[in-house]
Ligand binder design. Structure first.
Ligand code: KMH
Ligand code: ZN
Length: 309
């Protein structure tokens, strides 16, 4: 039985500083949390950056440079940079990180959705916001399409290939598996593809066991055995859905990008809290946790000596 790859998504671009005071914001905080997640068992850390003063998701190359260099100076964890960016960023802005730093892997959003974050304030019953941008960003998503057209998917795939970055296909809905199959058929992507099933985003697939099985079966119909998959789920579904993936032989992603909690009513103080939990569950299920180098082998990554940071 192969080992499980745990990814930790450290800060993301969905949650805002008021929602959890421990959400890492500055390059140092993001790097520190990534290293803690690695120490807890993560083989991959998924990285976004934020404006250090306001916590707003941004795409600054200087911020990425600082985070990536800090992490690399302390450990050999695989860095998976976002190309999903944040609400309102253009595809060009989102993609820049790939040619700039030639990471071993990066997220590759496999289709367009109305990425709805507008219901979060009501669900979390936020009293007051620290920064004006938080509520405004969340509310504007009622009318926001996260754009990943076929034209841009092809361009992203080419850029990833030119820079030796393995795409992690973010699959928010079943149709996106078809989009990936199209890109494979046209030679833009190579098998085995790496699929990250992202469940529980408003505007896409809800998090339940039936949907995990359906996504897995759809991937099998398209790629046979020639794909690798992982799963993440938003909010309270994070741990149960990741446990489902473990039982089904998949890989898992946790982290504060996806959930701010580390147990019922317990705010996570770091993504490492969630990594510890899922690593413990994996061990209870007799599943070993992959080291970064083992994950590099499983995913056929080019290696840390070939990145540009
Ligand atoms: N920015 C969100 C709309 C990724 O990192 O690739 C989606 C996202 C996924 O950030
Ligand atoms: Zn992300």
């Amino acid at each position: 039985m192969s080992k499980v790859i745990i990814t930790a998504a450290i800060t993301g671009s969905i949650h805002t500083p008021t929602m959890n005071p421990y959400l890492p914001i500055t390059p140092k905080q993001i790097a520190e949390d990534a290293i803690r997640a690695y120490e807890a068992g993560a083989a991959i850390v998924h990285i976004h950056v934020r404006n250090p003063e306001t916590g707003m998701p941004v795409s600054g190359m200087d911020l990425f440079r600082e985070v990536l260099a800090l992490i690399k100076s302390r450990c050999n964890v695989i860095i998976n940079t976002t190309t999903g960016g944040g609400v309102g960023m253009t595809p060009e802005e989102r993609l820049k990180v790939v040619p700039a730093f030639k990471p071993e892997m990066a997220s590759f959003n496999a289709g367009s959705i109305n990425f709805g974050l507008f219901d979060i304030p009501e669900r979390m019953k936020m009293p007051e916001w620290k920064y004006p941008w938080e509520k405004a960003m969340l509310e504007m998503t009622k009318d926001y399409i996260f754009p990943n057209t076929f034209k841009s998917l092809e361009y992203f795939a080419q850029t990833f290939a030119e820079n030796g970055a393995k795409p992690e296909a973010e699959i928010y809905d079943t149709a996106m598996i078809n989009n990936i199959a199209y890109l494979v058929a046209k030679g833009y992507l190579k098998k085995p593809v790496y699929l990250q099933f992202v469940l529980g985003i408003m505007g896409a697939m809800p998090a339940n066991v039936q949907n995990v099985v359906f996504l897995y079966e759809t991937a099998r119909r398209n790629f046979g055995d020639d794909f690798i998959w992982s799963l993440c789920a938003a909010g309270r579904d994070q741990l149960p859905m990741c446990t489902t993936a473990l039982v089904m032989g998949g890989n898992v992603r946790v982290g504060m990008e996806d959930s701010l909690f580390a147990g019922k009513g317990i705010m996570a103080k770091s993504s490492a809290d969630q990594v510890e939990k899922i690593a413990r569950i994996a061990r209870e299920l007799s599943i070993d946790v992959a080291t970064p180098d083992e994950a590099r082998q499983i995913l056929s990554l080019k290696g840390l000596d070939k990145v540009a940071y």
